[in-house]
Design a protein around this ligand. Structure first.
Ligand SMILES: *Cc1c(COP(=O)(O)O)cnc(C)c1O
Length: 413
């Protein structure tokens, strides 16, 4: 967006704010992204933008990986520029080959199956259950073939997958590897351990809409020495992004703070758009939506981003606790309004990246009721089986119901 365009939008925005005030509606609504950014993150980003002297200091990244691994209770961690690339590192670590099949949930982001198809590995989509939106263990066994090499489960919206242990046990029985997609669930626990430690490999995301935030970022973990050796091989040849890209990320962080988090964002967002709007980065490109591997795919995490990451690690527990408190409020609302609460699996402690509920289809299509009644604008993850592209997997009946009726309430202010 050009500076002129964002300037021209200000009168329209502020007119809208005036209307909100006169009608008694809230000026700002809780953000669905970048809500874990604070002024200290902005300060770090600003000082990094001013001073490039430590931009090549790889020890910062190692420090970040070590801190994450320790906090997460995993033996090894490797940081990349996105969760999807961290998944690619998992795929490499497991030595999945062209022609192999991997069972994955038919309700995910398109970048997930992409990471497999880039390597010629075939994703086999399986339906989810509607208690936690996880892959349904009952459906998995039906599609295991001689070519199946792994199962990928996910902990969606920060809930711990209902069939977590059953899926891992099934995989062990059939000698299959388990990948855990923890992109929504950093910090969620099952039987006292962080998710991502029951399977063979796992990945997490610090993209701007996830549990913690480096604008873009991902990290994969394993506690197996052999798999870690292969992960580190992949990591060793991954390129570093150029300085222009890093600058854009740090600038987007400042922009997002003022648009999504600052208490006065009703006007500061407009100013920030004028100052920094041109730097905004998109998390998924058109190419990726078409299943094409972008030329610059596969970056590892850059040292300045790892510095932001370390500051964010300190806050994950705090923000996850706040999310849990909000979730109790949404529980109450569900009970009063006859909607089903998401399931808390026995022995689990979810992090509620968002609070998912199945509502009437019309209520997903037109969300204005939520703004009027609840003062929030819900998220609509996911809008298709392979969000956001228009793929329809007919056989995934529950996933399709979620596509039509699942909205997600914000859990941070
Ligand atoms: C966001 C997301 C990813 C990918 O993470 P990026 O850091 O954006 O690459 C993977 N799986 C799920 C379920 C996600 O929502």
């Amino acid at each position: 967006m050009t500076r002129l365009k964002s300037l021209l939008r200000i009168p329209r925005h502020q007119l809208r704010n005036l209307i909100k005030i006169t009608r008694g509606f809230p000026l700002t609504t809780p953000s669905l992204g970048s809500a874990t950014l604070d002024l200290d993150d902005v300060e770090i980003a600003r000082s990094l933008l001013k001073n490039h002297s430590a931009w090549n200091d790889q020890s910062k990244v190692i420090e970040y990986e070590t801190q994450f691994a320790q906090w997460n209770g995993s033996k090894f961690a490797f940081a990349f520029m996105s969760g999807r690339v961290a998944l690619s590192a998992c795929i490499y670590a497991l030595a999945l080959q062209r022609g192999d099949e991997v069972i994955i949930p038919g309700y995910t982001c398109v970048v997930v199956p992409n990471a497999f198809t880039y390597e010629g590995v075939k994703p086999i989509f399986v339906d989810i259950e509607l208690d936690t939106y996880g892959i349904d263990v009952q459906q998995i066994q039906k599609v295991i073939t001689k070519k199946t090499k792994a199962i990928m489960l996910h902990h969606l919206y920060g809930l711990v997958c209902r069939d977590y242990e059953a899926i891992v046990n099934l995989a062990r029985k059939f000698n299959l590897k388990v990948i855990e997609d923890c992109a929504h669930a950093t910090g969620a626990e099952y039987k006292g351990k962080k998710v991502g430690n029951l399977g063979d490999v796992a990945f997490y995301s610090s993209e701007q809409s996830k549990v913690f935030n480096t604008i873009q970022g991902g990290i994969c973990v394993t506690s197996c020495n052999d798999l870690a050796r292969r992960m580190s091989e992949f990591y060793g040849i991954a390129p570093l992004p150029d300085e222009g890209w890093i600058e854009k990320q740090l600038t987007t962080l400042i922009l997002n703070y003022y648009c999504c988090k600052d208490p006065h964002r009703w006007w500061k967002a407009d100013v920030a758009e004028v100052c920094y709007g041109s730097a905004r980065i998109e998390s998924t490109t058109r190419e990726e939506e078409k299943g094409i591997k972008p030329l610059n795919y596969g970056y590892k995490m850059a040292p300045p981003i790892a510095e932001i990451g370390m500051n964010q690690i300190k806050k994950i527990d705090h923000y996850n606790e706040l999310r849990r408190i909000t979730a109790r409020k949404w529980d109450q609302w569900c009970m009063e309004n006859n909607y089903k609460k998401p399931l808390i699996v026995d022995g689990s402690n979810p992090v509620y990246l968002r609070y998912p509920i199945i509502v009437e289809e019309e209520k997903k299509q037109d969300l204005s009721w939520a703004y009027k009644d609840l003062g929030v604008i819900p998220g609509i993850w996911f809008v298709s089986n392979l969000h956001p592209i228009g793929v329809h997997l007919t056989e995934c009946i529950n996933a399709n119901r979620a596509v039509e009726c699942c909205i997600n309430l914000p859990c941070l202010k």
